[in-house]
Write a protein that binds this ligand. Structure first.
Ligand code: VG1
Ligand code: CO
Length: 541
Protein backbone atom coordinates (compact mmCIF):
# COMPACT_ATOMS: atom_id res chain seq x y z
CA UNK A 1 0.00 0.00 0.00
CA UNK A 2 1.47 3.35 -1.02
CA UNK A 3 1.18 6.16 1.49
CA UNK A 4 1.67 9.79 0.57
CA UNK A 5 3.09 11.65 3.56
CA UNK A 6 2.84 15.42 3.85
CA UNK A 7 6.23 17.03 4.51
CA UNK A 8 7.91 20.42 4.53
CA UNK A 9 11.25 21.42 3.06
CA UNK A 10 14.20 20.96 5.43
CA UNK A 11 16.93 23.56 5.11
CA UNK A 12 20.47 22.65 4.20
CA UNK A 13 19.99 19.48 2.15
CA UNK A 14 22.70 20.57 -0.23
CA UNK A 15 25.07 17.86 -1.47
CA UNK A 16 28.75 18.74 -1.12
CA UNK A 17 31.89 17.31 -2.73
CA UNK A 18 30.40 13.81 -2.59
CA UNK A 19 26.71 13.67 -1.69
CA UNK A 20 24.75 14.89 1.31
CA UNK A 21 26.61 14.35 4.58
CA UNK A 22 25.31 15.23 8.02
CA UNK A 23 25.53 14.12 11.61
CA UNK A 24 23.68 10.81 11.99
CA UNK A 25 21.03 12.25 14.38
CA UNK A 26 20.24 14.86 11.71
CA UNK A 27 19.77 12.15 9.10
CA UNK A 28 17.63 10.17 11.54
CA UNK A 29 15.51 13.22 12.24
CA UNK A 30 11.87 13.43 11.18
CA UNK A 31 11.49 13.20 7.37
CA UNK A 32 15.17 14.05 6.77
CA UNK A 33 16.16 10.93 4.84
CA UNK A 34 12.70 10.68 3.29
CA UNK A 35 12.75 14.23 1.93
CA UNK A 36 16.17 13.84 0.36
CA UNK A 37 15.33 10.44 -1.11
CA UNK A 38 12.13 11.84 -2.61
CA UNK A 39 14.10 14.73 -4.10
CA UNK A 40 16.46 12.19 -5.73
CA UNK A 41 13.58 10.24 -7.25
CA UNK A 42 11.77 13.42 -8.34
CA UNK A 43 14.86 14.59 -10.20
CA UNK A 44 16.00 11.34 -11.81
CA UNK A 45 12.56 9.69 -12.12
CA UNK A 46 11.92 6.25 -10.65
CA UNK A 47 9.01 4.79 -12.62
CA UNK A 48 10.01 1.54 -14.31
CA UNK A 49 13.68 2.00 -13.45
CA UNK A 50 16.35 -0.20 -11.92
CA UNK A 51 18.72 1.05 -9.25
CA UNK A 52 21.59 -0.27 -7.14
CA UNK A 53 21.57 0.29 -3.37
CA UNK A 54 24.22 -0.28 -0.76
CA UNK A 55 26.40 1.41 1.80
CA UNK A 56 29.47 1.12 3.97
CA UNK A 57 27.65 -0.52 6.87
CA UNK A 58 27.91 2.39 9.27
CA UNK A 59 25.29 3.03 11.95
CA UNK A 60 21.81 3.63 10.40
CA UNK A 61 22.90 1.97 7.10
CA UNK A 62 20.47 -0.93 7.61
CA UNK A 63 17.49 1.24 8.61
CA UNK A 64 18.11 3.78 5.87
CA UNK A 65 18.24 0.98 3.28
CA UNK A 66 14.75 -0.19 4.28
CA UNK A 67 13.36 3.33 3.97
CA UNK A 68 14.98 3.89 0.57
CA UNK A 69 13.68 0.53 -0.69
CA UNK A 70 10.11 1.30 0.42
CA UNK A 71 10.30 4.72 -1.21
CA UNK A 72 11.73 3.29 -4.43
CA UNK A 73 8.80 0.88 -4.55
CA UNK A 74 6.30 3.67 -3.85
CA UNK A 75 7.82 5.79 -6.61
CA UNK A 76 7.35 2.99 -9.11
CA UNK A 77 10.86 1.59 -9.49
CA UNK A 78 10.88 -1.79 -11.22
CA UNK A 79 13.88 -3.31 -9.48
CA UNK A 80 16.59 -2.58 -6.94
CA UNK A 81 19.82 -4.56 -6.67
CA UNK A 82 21.01 -4.46 -3.05
CA UNK A 83 24.23 -5.71 -1.53
CA UNK A 84 23.67 -8.40 1.08
CA UNK A 85 23.24 -6.77 4.47
CA UNK A 86 22.81 -3.46 2.59
CA UNK A 87 26.61 -3.49 2.18
CA UNK A 88 28.44 -2.32 -0.92
CA UNK A 89 31.75 -0.53 -1.15
CA UNK A 90 31.51 2.61 -3.27
CA UNK A 91 33.57 1.14 -6.15
CA UNK A 92 31.60 -2.11 -6.00
CA UNK A 93 28.35 -0.13 -6.21
CA UNK A 94 29.72 1.77 -9.20
CA UNK A 95 30.60 -1.53 -10.86
CA UNK A 96 27.14 -3.05 -10.24
CA UNK A 97 25.46 0.02 -11.72
CA UNK A 98 27.51 -0.43 -14.90
CA UNK A 99 27.51 -4.22 -15.05
CA UNK A 100 23.72 -4.43 -14.84
CA UNK A 101 23.15 -1.40 -17.08
CA UNK A 102 20.94 0.14 -14.42
CA UNK A 103 19.55 3.65 -14.15
CA UNK A 104 21.92 4.58 -11.34
CA UNK A 105 22.28 3.88 -7.66
CA UNK A 106 22.08 5.23 -4.15
CA UNK A 107 25.15 4.87 -1.95
CA UNK A 108 24.87 5.33 1.80
CA UNK A 109 28.17 6.55 3.19
CA UNK A 110 30.00 9.40 4.81
CA UNK A 111 33.21 7.86 3.53
CA UNK A 112 36.21 8.66 5.70
CA UNK A 113 34.17 10.40 8.40
CA UNK A 114 33.61 8.40 11.61
CA UNK A 115 30.34 6.49 11.99
CA UNK A 116 28.03 5.89 14.93
CA UNK A 117 24.96 7.36 16.62
CA UNK A 118 26.71 10.70 17.15
CA UNK A 119 28.98 10.64 14.11
CA UNK A 120 28.33 11.04 10.38
CA UNK A 121 26.00 9.60 7.76
CA UNK A 122 25.56 10.35 4.08
CA UNK A 123 23.61 9.60 0.92
CA UNK A 124 24.60 10.16 -2.67
CA UNK A 125 23.22 9.33 -6.08
CA UNK A 126 25.33 7.84 -8.85
CA UNK A 127 24.38 8.07 -12.49
CA UNK A 128 23.87 5.21 -15.00
CA UNK A 129 27.58 5.49 -15.90
CA UNK A 130 28.37 4.51 -12.30
CA UNK A 131 29.76 7.90 -11.33
CA UNK A 132 28.64 10.49 -8.80
CA UNK A 133 25.92 12.82 -10.08
CA UNK A 134 27.36 15.97 -11.64
CA UNK A 135 26.76 19.39 -10.11
CA UNK A 136 23.80 20.13 -12.40
CA UNK A 137 21.98 17.09 -11.02
CA UNK A 138 22.91 17.55 -7.35
CA UNK A 139 21.87 21.18 -7.64
CA UNK A 140 18.48 20.13 -9.03
CA UNK A 141 18.10 17.71 -6.10
CA UNK A 142 18.88 20.49 -3.66
CA UNK A 143 16.34 22.78 -5.38
CA UNK A 144 13.76 20.03 -5.11
CA UNK A 145 14.35 19.70 -1.34
CA UNK A 146 13.37 23.36 -0.98
CA UNK A 147 9.92 22.89 -2.47
CA UNK A 148 8.82 19.37 -1.48
CA UNK A 149 5.35 19.00 0.01
CA UNK A 150 5.06 15.21 0.18
CA UNK A 151 6.90 11.95 -0.18
CA UNK A 152 5.73 8.48 -1.12
CA UNK A 153 6.47 5.31 0.79
CA UNK A 154 5.14 1.78 0.80
CA UNK A 155 3.93 0.37 4.10
CA UNK A 156 5.50 -3.05 4.42
CA UNK A 157 7.60 -5.33 6.57
CA UNK A 158 11.36 -5.06 6.28
CA UNK A 159 12.87 -6.78 3.28
CA UNK A 160 15.20 -9.62 4.32
CA UNK A 161 18.53 -8.24 3.19
CA UNK A 162 20.55 -11.00 4.81
CA UNK A 163 19.67 -13.65 2.27
CA UNK A 164 20.95 -13.56 -1.30
CA UNK A 165 18.12 -13.98 -3.77
CA UNK A 166 15.03 -12.38 -5.26
CA UNK A 167 12.11 -10.94 -3.32
CA UNK A 168 9.37 -8.44 -4.04
CA UNK A 169 8.33 -5.31 -2.23
CA UNK A 170 5.00 -3.94 -3.41
CA UNK A 171 5.35 -4.49 -7.14
CA UNK A 172 9.12 -3.97 -7.11
CA UNK A 173 11.76 -6.68 -7.45
CA UNK A 174 14.51 -6.65 -4.83
CA UNK A 175 17.58 -8.65 -5.79
CA UNK A 176 19.93 -9.18 -2.86
CA UNK A 177 23.40 -9.94 -4.22
CA UNK A 178 26.74 -10.93 -2.75
CA UNK A 179 28.58 -7.60 -2.40
CA UNK A 180 32.02 -9.02 -3.26
CA UNK A 181 31.79 -11.55 -6.08
CA UNK A 182 31.17 -9.33 -9.12
CA UNK A 183 33.78 -6.85 -7.93
CA UNK A 184 36.36 -9.60 -7.35
CA UNK A 185 35.65 -10.97 -10.84
CA UNK A 186 36.31 -7.53 -12.31
CA UNK A 187 39.66 -7.35 -10.52
CA UNK A 188 40.62 -10.72 -12.00
CA UNK A 189 40.16 -9.26 -15.48
CA UNK A 190 42.52 -6.35 -14.77
CA UNK A 191 45.40 -7.90 -12.86
CA UNK A 192 47.69 -10.88 -13.26
CA UNK A 193 46.31 -13.03 -10.46
CA UNK A 194 48.67 -15.97 -11.15
CA UNK A 195 51.65 -13.63 -10.83
CA UNK A 196 50.24 -12.20 -7.61
CA UNK A 197 49.66 -15.70 -6.26
CA UNK A 198 53.28 -16.51 -7.06
CA UNK A 199 54.39 -13.33 -5.31
CA UNK A 200 52.66 -14.30 -2.07
CA UNK A 201 53.72 -17.94 -2.43
CA UNK A 202 57.31 -16.69 -2.65
CA UNK A 203 57.08 -15.21 0.85
CA UNK A 204 56.01 -11.64 0.08
CA UNK A 205 54.36 -10.22 3.18
CA UNK A 206 51.66 -7.59 3.29
CA UNK A 207 49.47 -5.82 5.83
CA UNK A 208 46.09 -4.41 4.80
CA UNK A 209 44.23 -2.35 7.42
CA UNK A 210 40.53 -2.28 6.58
CA UNK A 211 39.86 -0.02 9.59
CA UNK A 212 36.67 -1.90 10.59
CA UNK A 213 35.06 -0.51 7.47
CA UNK A 214 33.63 -1.87 4.25
CA UNK A 215 36.84 -3.04 2.54
CA UNK A 216 37.35 -5.95 4.96
CA UNK A 217 35.26 -8.60 3.19
CA UNK A 218 36.59 -7.53 -0.23
CA UNK A 219 40.21 -7.61 0.89
CA UNK A 220 39.90 -10.95 2.70
CA UNK A 221 38.29 -12.57 -0.34
CA UNK A 222 40.74 -11.18 -2.87
CA UNK A 223 44.03 -11.03 -0.99
CA UNK A 224 43.73 -14.00 1.35
CA UNK A 225 41.29 -16.37 -0.39
CA UNK A 226 42.11 -15.81 -4.05
CA UNK A 227 45.72 -14.65 -3.96
CA UNK A 228 46.96 -16.72 -1.05
CA UNK A 229 48.22 -13.94 1.20
CA UNK A 230 48.68 -15.29 4.73
CA UNK A 231 45.54 -15.48 6.87
CA UNK A 232 45.43 -12.38 9.01
CA UNK A 233 47.04 -10.21 6.34
CA UNK A 234 43.88 -8.10 6.49
CA UNK A 235 43.35 -6.54 9.92
CA UNK A 236 40.26 -4.81 11.32
CA UNK A 237 38.52 -6.86 8.65
CA UNK A 238 34.99 -6.93 10.04
CA UNK A 239 32.85 -3.89 9.12
CA UNK A 240 31.32 -2.45 12.29
CA UNK A 241 28.56 0.18 12.60
CA UNK A 242 30.91 2.50 14.48
CA UNK A 243 34.08 1.29 12.72
CA UNK A 244 35.17 0.01 16.12
CA UNK A 245 35.72 3.62 17.13
CA UNK A 246 38.33 4.02 14.40
CA UNK A 247 38.44 7.04 12.16
CA UNK A 248 38.43 5.25 8.82
CA UNK A 249 40.54 7.78 6.97
CA UNK A 250 43.61 6.09 5.49
CA UNK A 251 46.31 8.63 6.22
CA UNK A 252 49.37 8.52 8.48
CA UNK A 253 47.47 10.20 11.33
CA UNK A 254 44.45 7.90 11.44
CA UNK A 255 46.04 4.70 10.14
CA UNK A 256 48.75 5.00 12.79
CA UNK A 257 48.77 1.29 13.64
CA UNK A 258 49.69 0.44 10.07
CA UNK A 259 52.28 3.23 9.97
CA UNK A 260 53.91 1.99 13.17
CA UNK A 261 54.15 -1.53 11.79
CA UNK A 262 55.52 -0.41 8.43
CA UNK A 263 58.15 1.83 10.02
CA UNK A 264 59.14 -0.75 12.64
CA UNK A 265 61.53 -3.70 12.72
CA UNK A 266 60.17 -6.74 10.92
CA UNK A 267 57.87 -4.58 8.76
CA UNK A 268 56.18 -6.48 5.94
CA UNK A 269 57.04 -5.72 2.31
CA UNK A 270 53.93 -3.70 1.62
CA UNK A 271 51.15 -2.04 3.59
CA UNK A 272 47.86 -0.45 2.69
CA UNK A 273 44.75 0.96 4.30
CA UNK A 274 41.37 2.02 3.01
CA UNK A 275 38.54 4.25 4.14
CA UNK A 276 34.95 3.83 5.34
CA UNK A 277 33.45 3.16 1.91
CA UNK A 278 36.48 1.55 0.27
CA UNK A 279 37.26 4.15 -2.36
CA UNK A 280 40.43 5.57 -0.80
CA UNK A 281 43.80 3.93 -0.32
CA UNK A 282 47.02 4.65 1.46
CA UNK A 283 50.07 2.75 0.29
CA UNK A 284 53.17 2.26 2.43
CA UNK A 285 56.38 0.42 1.68
CA UNK A 286 58.72 -1.03 4.28
CA UNK A 287 60.00 2.09 6.02
CA UNK A 288 58.56 4.48 3.42
CA UNK A 289 55.28 6.32 3.06
CA UNK A 290 53.99 6.92 -0.47
CA UNK A 291 52.25 10.26 -0.86
CA UNK A 292 49.02 9.88 -2.84
CA UNK A 293 50.23 12.27 -5.53
CA UNK A 294 53.37 10.19 -5.98
CA UNK A 295 51.28 7.02 -5.97
CA UNK A 296 49.24 8.32 -8.90
CA UNK A 297 52.42 9.19 -10.79
CA UNK A 298 54.03 5.80 -10.15
CA UNK A 299 50.84 3.99 -11.17
CA UNK A 300 50.62 6.05 -14.36
CA UNK A 301 54.25 5.29 -15.22
CA UNK A 302 53.86 1.55 -14.58
CA UNK A 303 50.23 0.68 -15.28
CA UNK A 304 51.16 -1.00 -18.57
CA UNK A 305 52.76 -3.77 -16.51
CA UNK A 306 49.28 -4.99 -15.51
CA UNK A 307 47.25 -6.89 -18.13
CA UNK A 308 44.25 -4.55 -17.92
CA UNK A 309 46.41 -1.59 -18.94
CA UNK A 310 48.92 -3.30 -21.23
CA UNK A 311 47.62 -1.25 -24.16
CA UNK A 312 48.82 1.91 -22.41
CA UNK A 313 46.89 4.86 -21.12
CA UNK A 314 44.72 7.32 -23.07
CA UNK A 315 45.48 10.07 -20.59
CA UNK A 316 45.77 10.93 -16.92
CA UNK A 317 43.60 13.30 -14.90
CA UNK A 318 44.27 14.72 -11.47
CA UNK A 319 42.38 17.09 -9.24
CA UNK A 320 43.83 20.59 -9.19
CA UNK A 321 45.26 20.38 -5.64
CA UNK A 322 47.02 17.09 -6.48
CA UNK A 323 50.72 17.53 -7.24
CA UNK A 324 51.99 17.81 -10.79
CA UNK A 325 54.00 14.57 -10.46
CA UNK A 326 51.49 12.75 -12.68
CA UNK A 327 51.74 15.51 -15.30
CA UNK A 328 55.44 14.82 -15.69
CA UNK A 329 54.69 11.17 -16.39
CA UNK A 330 51.96 12.08 -18.89
CA UNK A 331 54.37 14.40 -20.69
CA UNK A 332 57.05 11.72 -20.82
CA UNK A 333 54.55 9.18 -22.17
CA UNK A 334 53.19 11.70 -24.65
CA UNK A 335 49.61 11.23 -23.42
CA UNK A 336 46.90 13.72 -22.49
CA UNK A 337 46.71 15.26 -19.03
CA UNK A 338 43.82 17.03 -17.32
CA UNK A 339 43.39 19.12 -14.17
CA UNK A 340 39.90 19.03 -12.64
CA UNK A 341 38.26 20.44 -9.50
CA UNK A 342 38.25 18.36 -6.32
CA UNK A 343 35.78 15.46 -6.30
CA UNK A 344 35.47 12.34 -8.41
CA UNK A 345 32.37 13.57 -10.21
CA UNK A 346 34.59 15.77 -12.39
CA UNK A 347 36.42 12.75 -13.83
CA UNK A 348 33.25 11.09 -15.14
CA UNK A 349 32.99 12.87 -18.47
CA UNK A 350 36.70 12.43 -19.22
CA UNK A 351 36.46 8.70 -18.50
CA UNK A 352 33.23 8.28 -20.48
CA UNK A 353 34.74 10.09 -23.45
CA UNK A 354 37.82 7.85 -23.36
CA UNK A 355 40.10 10.84 -22.84
CA UNK A 356 41.71 9.41 -19.71
CA UNK A 357 42.37 5.95 -18.28
CA UNK A 358 43.75 6.82 -14.83
CA UNK A 359 42.58 9.49 -12.39
CA UNK A 360 43.73 10.53 -8.96
CA UNK A 361 43.42 12.92 -6.09
CA UNK A 362 45.87 13.89 -3.37
CA UNK A 363 43.25 12.78 -0.84
CA UNK A 364 44.23 9.10 -1.20
CA UNK A 365 42.01 8.51 -4.20
CA UNK A 366 43.11 6.66 -7.34
CA UNK A 367 41.09 4.88 -9.95
CA UNK A 368 40.65 4.08 -13.61
CA UNK A 369 38.05 3.61 -16.29
CA UNK A 370 37.06 0.19 -14.85
CA UNK A 371 34.43 1.97 -12.70
CA UNK A 372 33.44 5.62 -12.20
CA UNK A 373 34.58 5.99 -8.58
CA UNK A 374 37.98 5.98 -7.02
CA UNK A 375 38.85 2.49 -5.91
CA UNK A 376 41.04 1.68 -2.92
CA UNK A 377 41.55 -2.05 -3.40
CA UNK A 378 42.08 -1.59 -7.14
CA UNK A 379 45.00 0.74 -6.38
CA UNK A 380 46.46 -1.79 -3.94
CA UNK A 381 46.21 -4.56 -6.56
CA UNK A 382 47.82 -2.39 -9.23
CA UNK A 383 50.71 -1.65 -6.87
CA UNK A 384 51.03 -5.39 -6.13
CA UNK A 385 51.02 -6.18 -9.84
CA UNK A 386 53.77 -3.63 -10.41
CA UNK A 387 55.81 -4.99 -7.49
CA UNK A 388 55.38 -8.52 -8.83
CA UNK A 389 56.68 -7.57 -12.27
CA UNK A 390 59.48 -5.22 -11.24
CA UNK A 391 60.63 -7.37 -8.34
CA UNK A 392 61.79 -4.28 -6.47
CA UNK A 393 60.83 -2.74 -3.15
CA UNK A 394 58.48 0.23 -2.89
CA UNK A 395 61.47 2.34 -1.79
CA UNK A 396 63.47 1.37 -4.89
CA UNK A 397 60.55 2.10 -7.19
CA UNK A 398 60.06 5.51 -5.64
CA UNK A 399 63.70 6.49 -5.76
CA UNK A 400 64.02 5.43 -9.41
CA UNK A 401 60.86 7.39 -10.17
CA UNK A 402 62.22 10.56 -8.56
CA UNK A 403 65.58 10.12 -10.24
CA UNK A 404 63.85 10.05 -13.61
CA UNK A 405 61.15 12.69 -13.18
CA UNK A 406 62.34 14.79 -10.25
CA UNK A 407 60.34 14.95 -7.05
CA UNK A 408 57.27 17.03 -6.36
CA UNK A 409 57.51 17.42 -2.60
CA UNK A 410 53.95 17.59 -1.40
CA UNK A 411 51.92 17.90 1.76
CA UNK A 412 48.40 18.83 2.78
CA UNK A 413 47.74 20.59 6.07
CA UNK A 414 44.18 20.45 7.40
CA UNK A 415 42.87 22.90 9.98
CA UNK A 416 39.66 21.44 11.34
CA UNK A 417 36.55 22.71 13.10
CA UNK A 418 37.22 26.38 12.39
CA UNK A 419 34.20 28.66 12.88
CA UNK A 420 32.66 28.93 9.41
CA UNK A 421 32.54 32.74 9.45
CA UNK A 422 36.25 32.95 10.29
CA UNK A 423 37.23 30.53 7.53
CA UNK A 424 35.03 32.35 5.03
CA UNK A 425 36.51 35.70 6.06
CA UNK A 426 40.03 34.42 5.50
CA UNK A 427 39.27 33.05 2.05
CA UNK A 428 37.41 36.21 1.08
CA UNK A 429 40.32 38.37 2.16
CA UNK A 430 42.79 36.12 0.34
CA UNK A 431 40.72 36.28 -2.85
CA UNK A 432 40.79 40.05 -2.66
CA UNK A 433 44.60 40.06 -2.73
CA UNK A 434 45.05 37.71 -5.70
CA UNK A 435 45.22 40.32 -8.44
CA UNK A 436 48.13 42.06 -6.68
CA UNK A 437 50.20 38.97 -5.93
CA UNK A 438 52.00 38.26 -9.22
CA UNK A 439 55.47 39.79 -9.08
CA UNK A 440 55.67 39.80 -5.28
CA UNK A 441 58.53 37.95 -3.67
CA UNK A 442 57.74 35.85 -0.60
CA UNK A 443 60.28 33.73 1.26
CA UNK A 444 62.66 34.38 -1.62
CA UNK A 445 60.21 32.96 -4.18
CA UNK A 446 58.56 35.08 -6.88
CA UNK A 447 54.83 34.69 -7.38
CA UNK A 448 54.01 34.26 -11.06
CA UNK A 449 50.27 33.61 -10.94
CA UNK A 450 47.39 33.68 -8.45
CA UNK A 451 43.76 32.87 -9.14
CA UNK A 452 40.63 31.10 -8.01
CA UNK A 453 40.52 27.90 -10.03
CA UNK A 454 37.66 27.64 -12.53
CA UNK A 455 37.10 24.57 -14.68
CA UNK A 456 35.42 24.24 -18.01
CA UNK A 457 34.55 20.62 -18.66
CA UNK A 458 36.13 19.76 -22.03
CA UNK A 459 33.31 17.35 -22.84
CA UNK A 460 30.09 19.15 -21.97
CA UNK A 461 31.35 22.71 -21.55
CA UNK A 462 29.91 23.12 -18.05
CA UNK A 463 31.76 25.62 -15.89
CA UNK A 464 32.60 25.21 -12.20
CA UNK A 465 33.97 28.38 -10.62
CA UNK A 466 35.66 29.09 -7.25
CA UNK A 467 37.21 25.67 -6.85
CA UNK A 468 40.19 26.75 -4.79
CA UNK A 469 42.66 29.59 -4.54
CA UNK A 470 46.06 28.86 -6.03
CA UNK A 471 49.28 30.78 -5.80
CA UNK A 472 52.04 29.67 -8.12
CA UNK A 473 55.72 30.58 -7.86
CA UNK A 474 58.43 30.89 -10.48
CA UNK A 475 60.18 27.71 -9.33
CA UNK A 476 56.85 25.82 -9.78
CA UNK A 477 56.22 25.76 -6.06
CA UNK A 478 52.54 26.13 -5.35
CA UNK A 479 50.06 26.88 -2.59
CA UNK A 480 46.39 25.92 -2.89
CA UNK A 481 43.72 26.69 -0.32
CA UNK A 482 40.11 25.60 -0.23
CA UNK A 483 37.41 24.74 2.26
CA UNK A 484 36.28 21.15 2.56
CA UNK A 485 32.93 20.14 1.11
CA UNK A 486 32.57 16.87 3.02
CA UNK A 487 32.67 17.98 6.65
CA UNK A 488 29.67 18.13 8.96
CA UNK A 489 30.97 20.47 11.66
CA UNK A 490 32.27 24.01 11.15
CA UNK A 491 34.78 24.52 8.36
CA UNK A 492 37.89 22.55 7.48
CA UNK A 493 40.59 24.56 5.75
CA UNK A 494 42.80 22.54 3.45
CA UNK A 495 46.21 23.99 2.60
CA UNK A 496 47.98 22.11 -0.18
CA UNK A 497 51.73 22.67 -0.50
CA UNK A 498 54.05 21.68 -3.31
CA UNK A 499 57.68 22.26 -4.30
CA UNK A 500 59.59 20.69 -7.14
CA UNK A 501 63.14 19.36 -6.94
CA UNK A 502 64.62 18.38 -10.29
CA UNK A 503 67.42 16.31 -8.75
CA UNK A 504 69.83 14.60 -8.80
CA UNK A 505 70.55 16.23 -5.42
CA UNK A 506 67.94 16.96 -2.81
CA UNK A 507 65.54 14.13 -3.59
CA UNK A 508 65.57 12.58 -0.12
CA UNK A 509 64.48 15.37 2.19
CA UNK A 510 61.72 15.23 4.75
CA UNK A 511 58.77 16.79 2.85
CA UNK A 512 57.96 19.14 5.75
CA UNK A 513 61.53 20.46 5.65
CA UNK A 514 61.59 20.73 1.89
CA UNK A 515 58.32 22.63 2.01
CA UNK A 516 59.16 24.89 4.96
CA UNK A 517 59.38 28.14 2.95
CA UNK A 518 56.16 27.33 1.09
CA UNK A 519 54.41 26.62 4.39
CA UNK A 520 55.60 29.94 5.84
CA UNK A 521 54.49 31.75 2.68
CA UNK A 522 51.03 30.16 2.91
CA UNK A 523 50.54 31.27 6.51
CA UNK A 524 51.74 34.76 5.73
CA UNK A 525 49.80 35.35 2.53
CA UNK A 526 46.52 34.08 4.00
CA UNK A 527 47.10 35.67 7.43
CA UNK A 528 45.98 32.27 8.62
CA UNK A 529 46.56 32.65 12.35
CA UNK A 530 45.15 36.18 12.43
CA UNK A 531 41.87 35.05 10.85
CA UNK A 532 41.40 31.58 12.29
CA UNK A 533 43.39 31.54 15.51
CA UNK A 534 45.04 28.30 14.31
CA UNK A 535 48.79 27.93 14.40
CA UNK A 536 49.40 24.25 13.64
CA UNK A 537 47.43 21.86 11.42
CA UNK A 538 45.28 19.11 12.90
CA UNK A 539 46.15 16.59 10.20
CA UNK A 540 49.22 16.50 7.97
CA UNK A 541 49.31 14.16 4.99
C1 VG1 B 1 37.44 15.32 0.15
C2 VG1 B 1 38.68 15.23 -0.69
C3 VG1 B 1 38.31 14.99 -2.14
C4 VG1 B 1 37.44 13.73 -2.24
C5 VG1 B 1 36.24 13.88 -1.34
C6 VG1 B 1 35.38 12.64 -1.31
O1 VG1 B 1 36.66 16.42 -0.25
O2 VG1 B 1 39.46 16.39 -0.56
O3 VG1 B 1 39.49 14.87 -2.89
O4 VG1 B 1 37.02 13.54 -3.57
O5 VG1 B 1 36.66 14.14 0.00
O6 VG1 B 1 36.11 11.53 -0.92
P1 VG1 B 1 36.68 17.83 0.53
O7 VG1 B 1 35.66 18.69 -0.16
O8 VG1 B 1 36.37 17.52 1.96
O9 VG1 B 1 38.08 18.36 0.39
V1 VG1 B 1 35.35 10.34 -0.04
O10 VG1 B 1 36.42 9.04 0.09
O11 VG1 B 1 34.88 11.24 1.25
O12 VG1 B 1 34.04 9.91 -0.95
CO1 CO C 1 35.55 7.37 0.59
Amino acid sequence: MITTVATKPIAGQKPGTSGLRKKTPVFMGRHYLENFTQAIFDVVGAAGKTFVLGGDGRYFNDRAAQVILRMAAANGAARVIVGQGAILSTPAASHLIRLNKTDGGIIMSASHNPGGPEEDFGVKFNMPNGGPAPESVTEAMFQRTTELTEYRIVEAQDVDLNTVGRQTLGGMIVDVVDPVSDYAALMETLFDFPALRALFAGGFRMRMDAMCAVTGPYAVEILENRLGAAKGTVTHETPLPDFGGMHPDPNPTWAHELMAEMMGDNAPDFGAASDGDGDRNMVVGRGIYVSPSDSLAVLAANAHLAPGYARGLAGVARSMPTSAAADRVADALGIAKFETPTGWKFFGNLLDAGKVTLCGEESFGTGSDHVREKDGLWAVLLWLNILAVRKQSVAQILSEHWAKYGRNYYSRHDFEAIATDKADAMITALRATLADLPGQVVEGMTITAADDFAYTDPVDGSVSARQGVRIIFADSSRIVMRLSGTGTEGATLRVYLERYAAGPDGLDLDPQEALAPVIRAAHGLARLTEFTGCTAPDVVT
